[in-house]
Design a protein around this ligand. Structure first.
Ligand SMILES: *[C@@H]1O[C@H](CO)[C@@H](O)[C@H](O)[C@H]1NC(C)=O
Ligand SMILES: *[C@@H]1O[C@H](CO)[C@@H](O)[C@H](O)[C@H]1NC(C)=O
Ligand SMILES: *[C@@H]1O[C@H](CO)[C@@H](O)[C@H](O)[C@H]1NC(C)=O
Ligand SMILES: *[C@@H]1O[C@H](CO)[C@@H](O)[C@H](O)[C@H]1NC(C)=O
Length: 412
């Protein structure tokens, strides 16, 4: 009886909804159709992790929405074969990056890292780091479950524009996933901070000896390395996936495209002059080290490592969205205009529990900025200041201070 009642009610609800939709004025109905947001849930190829092990994979030609479209959001998390979310204290998600590549027709199913230089072109974001550094369209780390990636209407990231794809090439998407299995390790924080001693690593992946001042970071936790386990710990290998949810709209004239810029607080850029004029040569280090305030003798009552960089903008426009990327220990990051006005500040959200998305002590989200349209204008040539703060009560290795913004050249 109860079930029948439910069906009955649902029937009425549907009927009422149909009435409501057919009562909408035509223009509005067609507009909402034009703006119909589509959703796709995809999974990366599998990666296998046992206790202490590291996977840093670049997957080529991943499943991705096709056609001339505008991306509206990109959310991700690590899951097992049954789709169960894996908490960060089991599998620490160091980062994932979504990269665009133009690949010569016929080679799109090949492994990008094995292609000849002439057979692919990196379709990187709008800058400003040097080529090969921070080229991604989307990318986050441990904070992925609770960081908003939604791009507000009427904006979107335009992709698949046939007039922008070099002839003879196809647009494909690559996914870099860097994950560390910290089940049974001796020092969870040390493993997630990629401390070289815990990985017993003294050389980079390509064999170059590490500088003695390098205590930890990406160079010590490359694919296939292993973080030290507690004596006698035994655990099974797991098959894992990055599951990602993409939202998009078919491209249409009402969508205002946005450009992606990623800034790095460790960008040691300089100006250089050659026959074409003055150029900015960027050198984004991507990561840096925070020394403990006791070790540096800079112990004040705050013990905050405040790092900042001034960056000249080669573009202008209106800020639509902003978010920072920091690692555990981060206390906040902000972007300021030349006159000191705040453009966006992004603060870490630390987990306080056990469940996936709220793991105690991990950064499980970053706050985001959605400025009122037109209120945050960046002028071409303006020097912005990027600030990234960390607690320096303890040393932190391999930390990051990135800032990701979306900028529209015109307002809607
Ligand atoms: C790359 O180029 C070399 C020499 O031109 C060629 O022998 C090789 O087959 C190419 N590799 C791929 C994957 O296309
Ligand atoms: C650490 O690396 C050295 C040299 O590569 C090797 O001899 C040693 O056995 C390794 N130690 C452990 C615990 O893996
Ligand atoms: C001048 O430097 C810029 C940036 O480094 C470079 O792209 C350009 O090709 C250089 N021009 C000449 C003529 O060397
Ligand atoms: C960073 O720390 C400095 C010095 O304590 C402080 O003035 C600044 O407001 C902080 N910035 C952020 C974004 O937390």
């Amino acid at each position: 009886m109860l079930r029948e009642m439910k069906t009955f009610n649902l029937g009425w609800l549907l009927f009422a909804a149909v009435l409501l939709i057919s009562a909408l004025p035509f223009s509005q109905a067609s507009r909402s159709k034009q703006h119909k947001v589509k959703t796709g849930v995809f999974r990366s190829p599998q990666f296998v992790l046992g206790p202490g092990s590291v996977a840093n994979k670049l997957f080529s030609n991943i499943d991705f929405p096709k056609g001339h479209i505008a991306l509206k959001s990109f959310d991700a998390e690590v899951v097992d074969e049954s789709g169960n979310p894996i908490p960060l204290y089991d599998t620490y998600l160091h980062h994932w990056l979504v990269l665009k590549f133009y690949v010569r027709k016929g080679l799109e199913n090949q492994d990008i890292s094995k292609l000849n230089n002439s057979d692919y072109i990196s379709g990187r974001n709008s800058g400003i780091c040097q080529d090969g550094a921070l080229d991604q369209f989307f990318g986050l780390g441990s904070e992925t479950r609770r960081t908003k990636t939604r791009i507000p209407d009427p904006y979107g990231i335009e992709i698949g524009n046939p007039t922008k794809i070099p002839s003879g090439f196809v647009e494909t998407w690559g996914l870099n996933v860097h994950a560390i299995d910290t089940r049974g390790v001796e020092d969870r924080t040390g493993c997630t901070e990629c401390r070289c001693n815990l990985y017993n690593v003294t050389k980079e992946e390509d064999g170059t000896p590490l500088s003695p001042n390098y205590d930890g970071g990406l160079s010590c936790c490359y694919d296939g390395t292993k973080c030290r386990l507690k004596d006698g710990f035994i655990g099974i290998e797991r098959n894992l996936y990055l599951q990602y949810t993409v939202k998009w709209i078919d491209m249409n004239s009402l969508i205002v495209p946005v450009n992606i810029y990623i800034f790095d607080v460790s960008d040691t850029w300089k100006k250089s002059r050659n026959s074409t004029g003055i150029n900015s040569e960027h050198n984004c280090q991507v990561e840096y080290q925070v020394e403990s305030c006791r070790a540096t003798g800079s112990a004040n009552d705050k013990c905050i490592d405040a790092k900042s960089v001034s960056l000249e903008m080669p573009f202008g426009g209106y800020l639509v969205y902003g978010v920072a990327h920091q690692h555990a220990g981060g206390t906040g990051s902000a972007l300021y205009g030349k006159d000191g006005r705040s453009l966006c500040s992004s603060i870490p959200i630390y987990g306080t529990g056990e469940e996936a998305g709220n793991e105690n002590g991990y950064i499980v989200g970053m706050s985001t900025c959605y400025p009122k349209p037109g209120t945050k204008k960046i002028s071409k040539g303006e020097t912005l200041i990027l600030e990234s703060n960390y607690s320096s009560i303890k040393q932190h290795t391999g930390v990051m201070g990135l800032f990701y913004i979306l900028v529209a050249e015109t307002l809607a």
